[in-house]
Design a protein around this ligand. Sequence first.
Ligand SMILES: [Zn+2]
Length: 137
Amino acid sequence: MDLNNYEDLLEKAYEKIPENVKKSSRFETPKVELRIESRNTFITNFNKIISTLNRDRRHFLGIFLKSAGTMGEVRGQQLFLKGQYKEQVLNRLIENYTKTYVLCNICNKPDTQIQREGKKLYLKCTACGAREEIKEK
Ligand SMILES: [Zn+2]
């Protein structure tokens, strides 16, 4: 066997591994795609963000709009925001939401559900079984 060729093969095999691992376990916080129109902002991939986060749309909106400090509404696939916003600012808000309401504190997986008990909210993880109180900021 040609040694160089063998190394090539090994390299190819290694390249394939992270790809598969990535698909099954790696969660990436969604990022906004924006369109600015008449000094207002549209998040054009809003539906995709919601389905990646796998959270209730109203729950997300309530927190997101409050922390952005603006008004907004869903228009079809998009979210309309009153005012002009930078990508980094909105991405940070989504990251904060994801850390608090989506990712498990223990195993960091997104396979969770929000459970309400009286005034308290809990994040129940279906991956590791943890159930932690959500500390709202
Ligand atoms: Zn967990």
